[in-house]
Ligand binder design. Structure first.
Ligand code: MTE
Length: 324
């Protein structure tokens, strides 16, 4: 493969090698607009960092949904794609960005089954076209005490629920993700029982904020961020947002989730962001924004439900210290 050396010394493939021609050319047109000064400085910086770290380069057009914006600065693309938790590809933050690039994400099918009137098996194209794609800027707070602000591309999971028609026995939804030892060296580690499984109560799954996600920063998801399809639940700790989903099952009983099985005292089923309930080994009261707050900077206060107070009615009457 042809390699060029970027200004920061990282070897990069030529964009023309990894990007379909039409996409490459529309980027060139975009960059020309930048040069003509019709696009502002912040967009320019974001575009520059996207260019430098673009992995797939495949655009995923979506209409920005103005109901879901946050005032905070977007996390730089390079930070969001190089500081990841994806244990199937290793437990170090920088491992998924390198190792996950070998994961094959096409063809890809997701089966939607269990307590539903209309079970479905869909490939990426059919699933991503089931409802209009929206761009939504969400904060995501990791249980480890860091956070990011990312423009995601997807649609409310409730659209998929409408299609498959859960029956009255469906009380929870279980998300199972890919576990392929040929592609995922992290499966040799016993840190979790594989496959990675997550779960939601049916009303949480049906909440408009719950995003079935196919892209970020206007492009298809990079592999390390959970290509080709993942969940994003901005009011819950990041581990609830399962990556690289292959099966969605509507079930009667509360699913056994990977982290809850591994350490039940540390990771509950609900895992709502809650600054008042500490993790047994560390405080959850504050967080560090990746790419902005240095190790010695004063941390930001973490907000209840990560600031998404509209979900509070889902938990009315529940003791959130007990149901953490
Ligand atoms: N999904 C799978 N399949 N495997 C994982 O290890 N890690 C979770 C979640 N989804 C994980 C996963 C955790 S701990 C976090 S914080 C988020 O993904 C991180 O998402 P990001 O790398 O896109 O920021």
């Amino acid at each position: 493969m042809l390699i060029k050396r970027s200004p920061n010394g990282i070897d990069l493939p030529f964009p023309s090698e990894i990007t379909p021609r039409a996409v490459f050319e529309s980027r060139r047109a975009f960059i020309k607009q930048l040069a003509l000064g019709s696009i502002g400085g912040a967009a320019l910086l974001e575009m520059a960092s996207r260019e430098a770290f673009a992995q797939s380069g495949q655009r995923l057009p979506a209409r920005a949904n103005p109901s879901y914006v946050v005032m905070d600065k977007h996390t730089a693309y390079k930070d969001a794609t190089s500081y990841n938790n994806f244990y199937e590809f290793g437990t170090d933050k920088d491992e998924p960005a390198g190792i996950a690039s070998v994961m094959k994400t096409r063809p890809w099918t997701v089966s939607i089954e269990g307590e539903v009137a209309k079970p479905l098996t869909l490939d990426f194209d059919s699933l991503s076209k089931l409802a209009p794609l929206e761009e939504r800027v969400y904060r995501l707070r990791c249980v480890e005490g860091w956070s990011m602000v990312i423009p995601w591309v997807g649609y409310s999971f409730s659209n998929l629920m409408k299609k498959v028609e859960p029956n009255s026995n469906a009380k929870f939804v279980e998300f199972t993700t890919l576990a392929d030892p040929k592609q995922m060296p992290g499966l040799n580690s016993r840190v979790l029982k594989w496959p990675y499984v997550e779960g939601l109560r049916i009303d949480e799954a049906n909440h408009p904020l719950t995003l079935l996600t196919f892209g970020m920063y206007g492009e298809v998801l990079p592999n390390q961020n959970g290509a080709p399809v993942r969940m994003v639940l901005p009011w819950k700790y990041g581990f609830k947002s399962a990556k690289s989903i292959v099966k969605i099952r509507f079930v009667r009983e509360q699913p056994q989730t990977a982290w809850n099985r591994a350490a039940p005292r540390e990771y509950g089923f609900y895992s709502n962001v809650n600054p008042e309930v500490d993790h047994p080994r560390w405080s959850q009261a504050a967080e560090r924004r990746i790419g902005e707050d240095g190790l010695f900077a004063k941390k930001r206060k973490t907000l209840m439900f990560n600031g998404y107070s509209e979900v509070a009615p889902l938990y009315a009457g529940m003791d959130l210290r007990k149901f953490y």
